[in-house]
Design a protein around this ligand. Structure first.
Ligand code: 4AD
Ligand code: MG
Length: 430
């Protein structure tokens, strides 16, 4: 390939090369000027010396605005003081477009302004680093499941089933009926697990979240494994192994990004297997110890999760939930019918719930009565009941929220920066 990238600059020491990119910044001092060139893979300093370039190249400096697109040809020189350990002694610059005055400058901007300019904000160092981590988290998930014998199964986006309750569904006109945008691929994942043994799906999921929090998006991506012949304990083992794999991968491959974000990696390095496991009741005891006014039987709120997480260095898995707090499909604890065999994994440092899952109800009649209790339309679940008619087995799975995981690893307090173009209650553009 002809196209050369700044990320590979070390391969071109003392060679003449052309990089294609954008002006990040520049400074001038009479007979010499410096340009920081950004090409998406990295940045390098380009040095323009009056005596070494044609007059028409030297004089373009004042016209080169921030984000102007240019191709720079020069010789790569080793220079330990430079960003990346190299710089480019310029021979020629070809200008593609002189950018209009760029709205994002190094000065502080408000979040609303930056979000309105998200299509440009992506070019900033910090945003670039977060999305680089997101890329590695996705790759790590795929590698983990691939290495462990799982088959990727794509589940539909249009669906007739409410998997996670009816309160936050997005309706879509679907010819002469109404469809929902999927809240979770789980129900289809269960069908696929009976066909393939171990599967995972990975795709966008949708929830009309009316609550405006730093942890909620209306469109987010979820990685959902589902395993046949798997109980709650084994499910928790899969979840902690996946999260550890992702973490190790990011610590290994995202060093630059974590540095750019000034992430305290010692907190991530402190995570170790096995993750603590506590029951819902034990989690409630932690809240009591901190004098939190908490209603037994309800789900934990953001602040509750933070208080619980602060007791541990690794993500904590909370299992065995009051049945009212969990979805219709959860199997009940054989020792206490009031408890659902669900599990939530709460990330350390107050990053909240990153995994939700559990063991599924595998008995046909129990499941049918559960659907009735939850007021869900039986007709839409006809196919799902078939899974309990034809070779039903104990099975489990979970969903890992991609954006929450990226927020935790990156150390970013608000989830909106972990997805290229966030969708929230008040944002559909850009
Ligand atoms: O706990 P949830 O709702 O679980 C399910 O959807 C199951 N059907 C998954 C399964 O068992 N296959 O969601 C799973 C995870 C949460 O732990 C959280 O990380 C993330 O998805 N999540 C959200 N992330 C961003 N914005 C939202 N509105 C989210 N809702 C859930
Ligand atoms: Mg949940």
């Amino acid at each position: 390939m002809e196209h050369k990238y700044i990320a590979d600059i070390a391969d071109y020491e003392d060679k003449e090369i052309t990089f294609h990119g954008w002006v990040y910044s520049k400074r001038s001092s009479g007979k010499i000027w410096f340009l920081m060139l950004r090409d998406g893979t990295g940045m390098t300093q380009c040095v323009v010396v009056k005596s070494e370039v044609a007059e028409e190249v030297f004089i373009i400096e004042p016209t080169l605005t921030q984000e102007s697109s240019i191709s720079v040809t020069g010789i790569v020189r080793k220079d330990d003081r430079s960003v990346g350990g190299f710089e480019l002694t310029v021979k020629n610059i070809e200008v593609h477009q002189i950018a209009e005055e760029y709205p994002i400058s190094p000065k502080e901007h408000g979040t609303a302004f930056l979000m309105d300019h998200r299509h440009l904000w992506l070019r900033s160092k910090k945003q670039h680093a977060i999305l680089g981590i997101r890329n590695q988290v996705i790759k790590a998930c795929r590698d983990f499941f691939e290495e462990n014998g799982f088959t990727l199964i794509d589940t539909p986006i249009f669906t007739a089933n409410a998997c996670e309750g009816t309160s936050n569904l997005f309706n879509v006109e679907y010819f002469d009926r109404t469809a929902y945008l999927t809240q979770s691929g789980q129900l289809y994942g269960e069908a696929a697990a009976m066909a393939f043994g171990k599967i995972y799906c990975f795709g966008p999921t949708f929830r009309a979240e009316k609550s405006k929090t730093r942890r909620h998006l209306t469109e987010f991506w979820m990685i959902e494994p589902e395993m046949a012949y798997c109980n709650l304990e084994e499910n928790m083992e899969w979840a902690e192994r996946l999260v550890t794999f992702i973490l190790e991968r990011c610590l290994d491959r995202c060093k630059d990004q974590l540095k750019t974000l000034e992430r305290d990696v010692s907190k991530l390095e402190a995570v170790s297997l096995p993750f603590p496991r506590i029951t819902y009741d034990e989690a409630v005891d932690i809240l009591k110890k901190h004098d939190v006014d908490f209603e037994y039987g309800s789900d934990f709120g953001g602040t509750d999760e933070t208080i619980i997480s602060e007791e541990f260095n690794s993500p904590v898995m909370i299992h065995r939930w009051p049945k009212e707090a969990k979805a219709f499909y959860m199997k009940r604890d054989a020792e206490n019918d009031e408890l659902a065999l669900g599990v939530d994994m709460i990330a350390p440092e107050g990053y909240g719930e990153i995994v939700g899952g559990g063991q599924r109800e595998d008995d046909l009649e129990t499941l049918q009565s559960r659907i009735k209790e939850h007021g869900l339309p039986e007709a839409e679940f006809k196919w799902y009941f078939d899974l309990r008619r034809y070779g039903s087995v104990p099975h489990s799975g979970f969903g890992l929220g991609l954006e929450r995981t990226v927020a935790w690893i990156s150390g970013i307090s608000h989830i909106r920066e972990t997805i290229p173009f966030p969708r929230t209650i008040s944002r559909l553009e850009p």
